[in-house]
Ligand binder design. Sequence first.
Ligand SMILES: [Zn+2]
Length: 691
Amino acid sequence: MILRSAPSVFLAALLACAAEKPARPAASAAPPAAARGVDLAAMDPAVKPGDDFYDYANGAYMRTAEIPPDRSSTGAFLRVEEAVEARNRAIVEDAARGLAPPGSDARKIGDLYASYMDEAGIEAKGLDPLRPTLARIAALPDARALAAELGGTVRADVDIFNCTNLYTSRPLGVFVEQDLDEPSRNTVYLVQGGLGLPDRDYYLDATPRLAGIRAQYRAHLEKVLALAGMPDAGGRAERVLAFETRLARTHGSREDAGDVQKGNHPWTRAELEQRAPGMDWDAFLRAAALDRQPRFNAWQPGALAGLAALVRDEPLATWKDYLAVRALERAAPLLAKAFVDEAFAFHGTVLNGTPQLRPRWKRGLDVVDGAVGDAVGRLYVQRHFPPEAKADIEGMVREIRAAFARRIDAIDWMAPATRARAKEKLAALQIGVGHPDRWVDYAGLEIARGDLLGDVERADLFEYRRQLAKLGRPPDRGEWCMLPHTVNAVNLPVRNALEFPAGILEPPFYDRAATAAANYAAIGSTIGHEVSHAFDDQGALFDARGKLENWWTPADLARFQEAGQRLAAQFDAYRPFPDAAVNGKLTLSENIADLAGLAAAYDGWRASLGSAAPPRVGGLDPAQQFFVAYAQSWQTKTREEALRLQLQTDGHAPARYRVQAVRNLDPWYAAFAVQPGQALYLAPAERVRVW
Ligand SMILES: [Zn+2]
């Protein structure tokens, strides 16, 4: 349950070449002075706050901002990401000089980055780095070997409820995390995967737009197969698309995947064999190093059964074509230019509308992050995150946690028993600021300069084994899912913990030179957002230890869910395009967190004020500054294709509508004298109060 998805979550995981990161040159990396607190120049005073609050706060920015050609969007987050990226470039380039001792983290960072930057070396090798994999797939003799191939290539590449990555291009994803029913142990979650397009709707939805994308996808697969020198590329592409369509039919929806009550299916090993027949599970599990696991959590039982049935029913030749395509697509960003360009043309441009591939050094940073990101984060924190900033933000965290406790006390309808459990959970919430206390030990990972694909494959395997090593050990609540230099924040519901990485603790989200109103509005609302996830429609299902347990009285739960339904209806009514609306149910957890987080941040800010009156800024009184700074922290301009992809698959509503959470807060009406008849006006009884 993260604050925001990267513009393309699935691409970030799948294709470093198309993963979205900021694009400005390093020279402009420092946030502009106007971004401190409230940016008056970004506003449009001609717009009435009660008619369109987002445009009132950001109208001038929206008119002038240009999306860089290698990006699908731009805005406040990207400005911070650019600053962080420039710092990381210095870190990896220092490391790539090769002066660090062999085997050290700095040497691994530098060698991997140097491998990625060696374009001539990569070009000279062509498809060679992938040939052993393609040969192995082509030689698979029977269904048992196929099961072993599938098992041997699973990786820990999904994350159901921490950093929330529900996409994997492999037919199954593995996620190791605390057991939902027994918080003292870790368990293995098996997650659906294997589609080349973002999710099942892209295969099954009959609308002309998605049908058009499918046609372009088929053409893309044909080009990839032809580049690899496979005969009958057109016929193979057709068969792979048909196969993936059958796989998509077995998949659960994106909405259900994010619903812990629909996902939690603990199966014994025997149940796995009975309920998902057709796969040689013995061969699969042995190859996956999971053969000694007594139980699994089948997140989408239908997809697991469907996959096993396809292993039984589909011709081996079809499986071979399909696995070759998936291997080619996964490796493409690390291969010669023709593969990179074709991958970007489809995954970057067709799916996200991004016209231009990002510069190579930026993609290189993503590759390094994906393999040894914690080592980069450790150096980042040493250089760029002073202990004073950590202490300052921990003070804001205390205010906001206290404000949230007061809001729980103030809910008049809540039974004492529910209230006590909520406060117990709030008190137990573990809040990490900046970075974890312990770092990943990369001693067992071999990075060989010049062997790019091999390095990335070894890093993926290293991470898989690191995750499997948690099995049989109690969960570690101090472990982080985000990198310290990530510009984002997260709530980990099963660990009852929050992470605020050093990367987001930068202007305009946090700035020691800005007013308290602006800091509480920007980073404070983010802190409140993540605290609130502990109590949103999904988070409220977990107790203080992270056990999936209903701690609500039935009447309280009904009241809470009714408020959620009203908020979902509010968001269902937002239509960015005539033919596409926000999905209120898909985005409900995030919208509850935005609303409750903003309210708690506002309360925490008021409580933090001493007797001195806070200053006016550019004609705005302190409450107006608070709400404008909040709206500006969501400043975003997005290409149409990417916005449509977000509406379809992202648990977060577009930024403009996240800002409109203000409609539900009484102090916003007072601050801007919002009147009945204005577009955003809600009568007091229609305003949703969740917490
Ligand atoms: Zn969130």
